[in-house]
Design a protein around this ligand. Structure first.
Ligand code: M6R
Length: 609
C-alpha cells in the first residue's frame, strides 16, 4: 500500500528518492518523506498530502546526503498528517515501512515503559524504537534488525537507515514486496521494479522473511534463520520504464486508449493468429477432462473479470465455477475438490487478500493458475502456472487496461479448456477466436468516438445516485461500471442484474436517478429492452449504452444514448462494452474536477488486509 525506497548513491540522493517515490505514488499518496545522512547524522523532511508538497519543502531546504530512504504513505494507523509521515526516526535509526505491524500496541507499551517516547499514532514507529532499543543494549545495526524481526507480527516491508553509517541500508520483507537494484550510480531498495527502473539494470526480489544488508558494493541476503543465502538477479524489463502520460491529461486516459494495443498484444500471446485457433504459451499442468469445477478468487475489478469469465467457462468449457471475493473466500474454509483448479486474478499480484486465498487453495492441494499483470509479483511467484496479462504498467488507481487484458486471457483460457475437454469443435473454436480477434478493432472504434460520452457524463455528474443494469456478461460489467463511477467521482452507484430490477431496485426509479443500461446485441437483448421499458414507464432517467437497433427496439424516451457498434464481438462483447463504462466514469470525474489518477482514500496496490 505504501511505497518505500532506499538509495546508496555517490551524489546527493534526494532528487532520485523523489523520482522513485513519484513512480511509487500509485501505492499511496497521503503523505511523503525522505531521510538522508548529512555529516553522518540523520536528517529528514516530511509533508502531508501528495509528493509535490514534499518537493516544495525540499526546494526550500534541500537534503544533501548521498544515502537515504523515502516513503509515500497510504494511511492505516493514524491520520495522514506530517507527524505520522514516514520516515520515523530516533537518534539511532530511521525507518520506512509498508504493511501493518499487528503487535504494535504491545511493543509500544513495552518500549514506553523502558523510556522510549512515542510521538506518532502509527504502528511503524514501534519498529524504529525497537531497533534503537537493541542498539542501546550494544547490538550492531545488523543484529538489532535481526532481533527486531523476530519480535514483529504482521505483514511488512522495511528499509532502515542508521545514524553514523553512510555505507549501509538494511531491508526486510514479510508479506509485502521488496527488491534490491544494482546500477552504475549505486545500490537501491524499492517496493517494486517500477521504482527502481530509472536507476538499476538488474534487480533481486527478497523472498518471504528475507532481510538484506546493502552497501554500495554488495548485497548480502539472509533468510529467516539468519543464514546467508543467494537470490537470483533478473534484468529489469523494458516495460518498467514506460510510465509517462504521453500527450494525455491523465494516466487513466492514456491507459484506456492503450487498450486496443495491449488487448491485441495479450490475445496474440494466447492465440495462433495465423490459424485462428487457441494456443496457450504454457502447458495446462492439470488434467482438464478430469476437472469437475473451477474456483476463482480476486478483489475489486479483478473479481468482476472473474465473475464475467464464469459465463465463458461454463458455456465454452462446460465447467462449473465457484467464485468469491478473496477477503471472504480466504476465511470461508471452502472444501475444494481433489486436484482442483484455483484461478486467482490480480493486476498488481500483491493484493493481500488474493494472496491469502491463493495460499488457502495451495493448502487444499489445488493447481494454482494466476492471471497477473506484474509477472515478478508474489502471486505470480507462488503460482503453478502464470497467465500474464500484457497490459504494461498500470498507474491510474482505477483499473482499466488490466481489466480488459484479464478478460482477454480468461476468454482464451475458456476456449482452451473447452477444446481440451472436447466440448468445442474445431469449427466452433475458429468462430469464437474470430470474434475475439475482432475486439481490438472494435475497441479502437469506440475510443475514436469518445466525444459522444461527454454530454452523457455532464448529465450524470449532476446525480447523487446512479443505477447500472446488465444481463448475462453485462451484469458483471454493470458492477464494474458502478465501481468505476464511485471510485472516481464519489457518486453513489450500484450495479444490478437487469432481471433483478423488479425485485427491489425498481422502487428507486424517479426522474433524477440515471439508470445506465448496458445492452449489447446478444441473446438477451429482447429481455433487456423490456427492462428499459419498465424504467421508462415509471418516468426513469434512462441512459442506453448499446447499438442503434436496441434503441429502435426499445422505442422509449432516452436522457442519453452512447451508440455502440451493431455487431460487437458476440459473446465477448464485454471487452468492448467495458470501454464506455470506463469513459463515462472518467469524464464524469474530469467534469467534476476530481483527482482522476489518485482518487481519495484509495491506493493502487492493496497489500494490507
Ligand atoms: O492489483 P489487484 O488487481 O489485485 O487489485 C484489486 C483491486 O484492489 C482493484 O481492482 C481495485 O478495485 C481498483 N481500484 C478498481 O479500479
Amino acid at each position: 500500500m505504501c511505497g518505500i525506497v532506499g538509495i546508496l548513491g555517490r551524489e546527493p540522493v534526494a532528487p532520485s528518492l523523489i523520482e522513485a517515490l513519484r513512480r511509487l505514488e500509485y501505492r499511496g499518496y497521503d503523505s511523503a518523506g525522505v531521510a538522508t545522512l548529512e555529516d553522518g547524522r540523520l536528517t529528514r523532511q516530511r509533508a502531508s498530502g501528495k509528493l509535490r508538497n514534499l518537493e516544495e519543502k525540499l526546494a526550500g531546504a534541500p537534503l544533501k546526503g548521498t544515502i537515504g530512504i523515502g516513503h509515500t504513505r497510504w494511511a492505516t494507523h493514524g491520520r495522514p498528517n506530517e507527524i505520522n509521515a514516514h520516515p520515523h526516526a530516533n537518534e539511532n535509526v530511521a525507518v520506512v515501512h509498508n504493511g501493518i505491524i499487528e503487535n504494535f500496541r504491545e511493543l509500544r507499551e513495552e518500549l514506553t515503559k523502558k523510556g522510549h517516547v512515542f510521538v506518532t499514532q502509527t504502528d511503524s514507529e514501534a519498529v524504529a524504537h525497537l531497533v534503537a532499543d537493541f542498539m542501546r543494549e550494544g547490538a550492531t545495526p545488523q543484529t538489532a534488525v535481526a532481533s527486531t524481526l523476530t519480535r514483529l507480527k504482521g505483514a511488512f516491508a522495511l528499509v532502515f537507515l542508521f545514524d553514523g553509517q553512510d555505507d549501509l541500508l538494511i531491508g526486510a520483507r514479510r508479506g509485502s514486496p521488496l527488491a534490491v537494484g544494482f546500477g552504475d550510480g549505486g545500490a537501491y531498495l524499492g517496493s517494486d521494479a517500477l521504482a527502481l527502473a530509472p536507476f538499476a539494470r538488474e534487480i533481486t526480489y527478497l523472498e518471504e522473511d528475507d532481510w538484506v544488508v546493502l552497501t554500495r558494493e554488495k548485497a548480502t541476503f539472509h533468510n529467516a534463520a539468519g543464514n546467508i543465502v543467494e537470490r537470483p538477479k533478473r534484468p529489469l524489463q523494458a516495460g518498467s520504464l514506460m510510465v509517462d502520460k504521453g500527450h494525455f491529461r491523465h494516466y487513466m486516459a492514456k491507459e484506456m486508449h492503450e487498450q486496443p494495443e495491449v488487448v491485441g498484444r495479450t490475445l496474440a500471446h494466447y492465440l495462433d493468429l495465423a490459424s485462428g485457433t487457441v494456443r496457450l504459451p504454457f502447458e495446462l499442468g492439470f488434467d482438464a477432462k478430469a476437472l469437475s469445477r473451477v474456483t476463482i478468487s480476486a478483489c475489486g475489478t479483478a473479481f468482476y473479470a472473474g465473475l464475467l469469465a464464469r459465463y465463458w467457462l461454463e458455456r465454452f468449457a462446460r465447467l462449473s465455477v465457484d467464485i468469491d471475493i478473496a477477503s471472504e473466500f480466504r476465511y470461508r474454509e471452502s472444501p475444494l475438490p481433489e486436484k482442483g483448479l484455483m484461478i486467482v486474478v490480480s493486476q498488481s499480484g500483491e493484493t493481500a487478500d488474493t494472496l491469502a486465498a491463493l495460499r488457502y487453495a495451495r493448502l487444499q492441494g489445488q493447481h494454482i493458475l494466476s492471471i497477473v499483470n506484474v509477472e515478478t509479483s508474489t502471486i505470480a511467484r507462488e503460482s503453478d502456472t502464470v497467465a500474464h496479462t500484457l497490459a504494461g504498467p498500470e498507474i491510474g488507481v482505477a483499473s482499466t487496461k488490466a481489466f480488459t487484458c484479464q478478460l482477454a486471457v480468461f476468454a482464451c483460457l475458456a476456449l482452451a479448456l473447452g477444446k481440451a475437454r472436447g466440448v468445442l469443435s474445431e469449427k466452433q473454436e475458429r468462430a469464437l477466436v474470430a470474434e475475439l480477434i475482432a475486439t481490438p478493432g472494435l475497441m479502437a472504434e469506440v475510443l475514436k468516438d469518445e466525444a459522444r460520452v461527454e454530454p452523457v457524463a455532464r448529465d450524470v455528474a449532476r446525480a447523487t445516485s446512479v443505477l447500472y443494469l446488465g444481463r448475462g456478461p453485462s451484469y458483471p460489467l454493470a458492477l464494474e461500471g458502478a465501481l468505476k463511477l464511485k471510485e472516481l467521482s464519489y457518486i453513489h452507484a450500484e450495479g444490478y442484474a437487469a432481471g433483478e430490477l423488479k425485485h427491489g431496485p425498481i422502487a428507486l426509479i424517479d426522474f433524477a436517478m440515471p439508470v445506465i443500461v448496458l445492452a449489447p446485441h446478444d441473446a438477451s437483448l429482447e429481455k433487456t429492452v423490456s427492462n428499459l421499458q419498465e424504467v421508462a414507464a415509471r418516468g426513469g432517467h434512462l441512459i442506453l449504452v448499446g447499438p442503434q437497433s436496441a434503441k429502435t427496439a426499445a422505442a422509449v424516451e432516452l436522457a442519453g444514448f452512447i451508440e455502440m457498434p451493431e455487431t460487437a464481438a458476440g459473446p465477448f462483447a464485454a471487452l468492448v462494452y467495458a470501454l464506455p463504462a470506463q469513459l463515462l466514469a472518467y469524464h464524469v470525474a474530469v467534469f467534476m474536477g476530481k483527482d482522476v489518477d489518485q482518487p481519495r482514500n484509495l491506493a493502487k496496490s492493496v497489500t494490507v488486509e
